[in-house]
Design a protein around this ligand. Structure first.
Ligand SMILES: [Zn+2]
Length: 759
């Protein structure tokens, strides 16, 4: 059985009183000058040293050397009045809480008439003076007003306002304050050393916070921790649990979650707090405290220790890392929100609800205001949670886009068709083994290949049309590329596996910064950050890896699907396709692609890509059965096939860029101007054996604005082949010929270049 710390370490002199220098210094000075009042009023919060100071004052007054500011400590009075001493007959402590009545006051007045037994003064210390009744004060009034020489009064109270004015005005009033953390922390450290207690980093800070600036409270907390500590060492976990604070690690998690806008993490912490039985209010308080610490670390980056006293070094380092990812405005806003949430939580029937709402508000980015953006951000949060938690709360049909419910079962491929096919015509029907660019059978692949992540994969697939649409505002080229060529083949909440319809598409995607743009679009729509794994099936050369059988599948619901596989023998849709494909060479591709100069037949505009499968499939399917008449209907006069599509179907593989060179005629309007020189050079090096090439060359050179007469053009002969030339590269990169020209003229993106006659 040991006495409490605060009693054992009660100071005996004013110099030992910590944190009250504003009171003790003038008192000591007054005592040294023998300027002693007959009544003192010590006021201040509990546990900050009022009663102790009153006893010290009594000791100072009655010291045989005194009155003095420094009691000798050796005289009889000093020894009696020291802490642990028996007390003195001449120093009378009265607890007004129990002796505040008028009778007690009369009794006191009676005792005051007697002279001190041994010492200089008879000193009455009236504790809790505010508890003295009005009648009691009035009974005292006379003696306090004109006390005998040997009488001194010291009133101590937490509520000086309740001491009646007539008494108060006859006293010297010394207001005590809460003790600031710094001296208190030093005091605690000294005390722990004296007690032989090892303290883990951060514990004393908890003790300080628990004590709230009151020395007695602080020492009581420390006393309790020491009493409960094994082998006299205080460890952090036990302290944090005992004192009911939020563990710093938990606060770190919340801060990290908020800075990363990671909803799942934040709500996980909320759940942890609730499950552990911790008071949500206390948690919010601690969070607010942490935010305040972060603001300080942010504002005083070099020496935060000077302000954050008692915070362990490693904790400060953690906070320094944390403020790296949160802006000052964000921090302030978070603190504001937290502070108001704390106010709202007072008396709230469901503190947990308030805590969760607080989290939701913290997770909203603050950049914009306004109802719409708030709604959007809430939605983003919902989606994020949906994605990351994997809780399939959102019905598949309803999740991502209110506007396109129909497509959600087959989202990625939906928008594919129109743009996507622009470059494809150079793979006419007969070359279908090559042409099924659609590539791997993505639609079915994800579900079957990744059963575990199937839920997330399908959610991502549902959101995919929206992601694709979000790409539009970032890069039109990438949008078109992604729209038709990229599909979600797997998603585990973090890694997004994309499959490309062909390698060209993937290369273009990569070269044009597609990953960055797509990541941005995904974050905008879904609200999560993903890592990409590109490729999958696209890595091997598409023509080999996707033989006819695999080709058609991915575009199954698009018009391409019907068109492309048609000629290929193994295509599932072949039964519906009349055989004529091979000899239909000069005809337009079955999918109805028409060079851009022509009026696009009934292709949907790019923007309607979502709807394409839904309402075009039937018509396309119907058209399939009467392909010839359909072609005739669409392209009444001339088989509209671009030159590059017809030029060398039977010949050896031409170089891709030269194959594309004649593609400019369809664009027509761009053939004059700076490229004339190049055009002439190109024209001059055309072997021109079969008419088509030479015709095109002539058309290029002589009739730049007039599209060649496609009807008269002969089917390309097998002898049409290109001779590699030094300026191929130059041509390729000029904006007049080659890839760039095609892209510019078609306002599209060239997905893939491929020799025409390669199987
Ligand atoms: Zn003394």
């Amino acid at each position: 059985m040991s006495t409490a710390l605060y009693r054992r370490y009660r100071p005996d002199t004013f110099t030992d009183v910590i944190g009250q220098e504003h009171v003790t210094a003038p008192l000591v000075t007054a005592l040294g000058k023998d300027a002693v009042s007959h009544a003192y009023l010590f006021s201040g919060p509990r546990g900050c040293g009022k009663t102790t100071s009153a006893r010290i004052l009594a000791r100072c007054l009655n010291c045989s050397e005194g009155p003095t500011g420094q009691p000798c400590g050796s005289c009889e009075s000093c020894r009696d009045l020291a802490s642990g001493g028996p007390g003195s007959l001449d120093v009378i402590e009265i607890d007004a809480a129990s002796h505040g009545g008028v009778d007690d006051a009369r009794d006191l007045r009676e005792r005051a008439t007697f002279a001190p037994v041994r010492d200089r003064y008879k000193i009455f210390i009236i504790d809790e003076a505010h508890m003295v009744t009005a009648a009691g004060f009035n009974a005292l009034l006379k003696i306090v007003e004109e006390p005998p020489e040997h009488i001194k009064f010291i009133f101590a109270t937490t509520e000086p306002d309740k001491v009646i004015g007539t008494i108060r005005s006859r006293t010297h009033h010394y207001p005590f304050r809460l003790v600031p953390p710094e001296p208190l922390l030093e005091y605690l450290e000294r005390l722990c050393t004296a007690e032989g207690v090892e303290v883990a980093p951060g514990v004393l800070q908890l003790v300080l916070r628990a004590g709230g600036g009151s020395v007695r409270d602080t020492l009581s907390v420390l006393d309790q921790l020491i009493a409960g500590a094994e082998s006299r060492s205080l460890d952090y976990d036990r302290a944090v649990a005992l004192l009911g604070f939020t563990h710093a690690a938990l606060l770190d998690q919340v801060v990290d979650a908020v800075s990363a806008l990671d909803g799942s993490q934040a709500f996980l912490v909320v759940d942890q707090v609730v499950q552990s039985g911790q008071d949500p209010r206390r948690f919010v308080e601690d969070l607010l405290e942490r935010l305040r610490d972060l603001i300080i670390v942010k504002s005083v980056p070099d020496t935060p220790q000077a302000i954050l006293r008692g915070v362990p070094e490693d904790q400060i380092r953690i906070m320094q890392n944390q403020v790296g990812s949160i802006g000052a405005a964000e921090l302030t806003r978070a603190a504001d929100i937290t502070a108001s949430a704390l106010t709202e939580m007072v008396g709230a029937t469901s503190p947990r609800l308030h805590l969760e709402l607080l989290m939701a508000r913290l997770l909203l980015p603050h950049a914009e205001s306004g109802q719409a953006s708030i709604a959007a951000r809430l939605e983003r949060l919902e989606r994020r949670m949906d994605f990351t938690s994997g809780a399939g709360t959102t019905p598949p049909g309803e999740a991502p886009a209110s506007g396109h419910p129909a497509e959600h079962t087959t989202p990625p491929t939906a928008p594919s068709t129109p743009q996507r096919e622009a470059p494809r015509p150079h793979a006419p029907a007969q070359e279908s083994p090559v042409s099924p660019q659609p590539g791997p059978p993505q639609p079915s692949a994800p579900q079957s290949s990744a059963p575990a992540a199937a839920g997330q994969t399908s959610r991502m697939q549902q959101a995919w049309p929206d992601v694709v649409e979000a790409m539009k505002s970032r890069s039109r080229v990438l949008w078109m590329l992604v729209k038709g060529n990229v599909q979600v083949s797997g998603f585990d909440g973090e890694n997004l596996a994309l499959s490309f319809s062909n390698e060209g598409a993937r290369n273009t995607f990569t070269n044009r910064g597609g990953e960055q743009a797509l990541a941005g679009a995904i974050e905008e729509v879904v609200g999560i950050q993903v890592r990409f794994s590109l490729g999958g099936q696209s890595a091997p050369p598409p023509s080999q890896s996707q033989p006819p059988g695999g080709g058609p599948a991915p575009k199954a619901e698009g018009r391409t699907a019907q068109a492309a596989p048609a000629p290929s023998s193994a295509a599932p849709a072949a039964d519906r396709t009349p055989a004529p494909a091979p000899e239909a060479v000069p005809e337009p591709p079955d999918d109805g692609w028409v060079p851009p100069t022509e009026e696009p037949p009934d292709l949907p505009p790019p923007e309607s890509g979502y709807a394409a499968p839904a309402h075009h499939e039937p018509s396309t399917a119907g058209a399939r059965s009467d392909s010839p008449s359909r072609s005739a209907r669409r392209v009444p006069d001339k088989p509209v096939v671009p030159a590059f599509a017809r030029r060398s179907p039977g010949g050896r593989a031409p170089r891709p860029e030269t194959q594309n060179n004649p593609a400019t005629p369809p664009g027509g309007h761009s053939l004059d101007g700076p490229g004339a020189d190049i055009r002439h050079r190109l024209a001059s090096r055309q072997p021109a054996p079969g008419g088509a090439a030479s015709h095109n060359g002539a058309a290029l050179a002589d009739h730049p604005t007039a599209p060649p007469d496609w009807a008269e053009a002969q089917p390309p002969s097998a002898t049409a082949e290109d001779i590699a030339s030094d300026d191929d590269a130059e041509l390729e990169h000029s904006s007049v010929f080659g890839r760039k020209a095609i892209e510019r003229i078609l306002d599209g993106v060239l997905i893939e270049e491929r020799p025409l006659n390669e199987p």
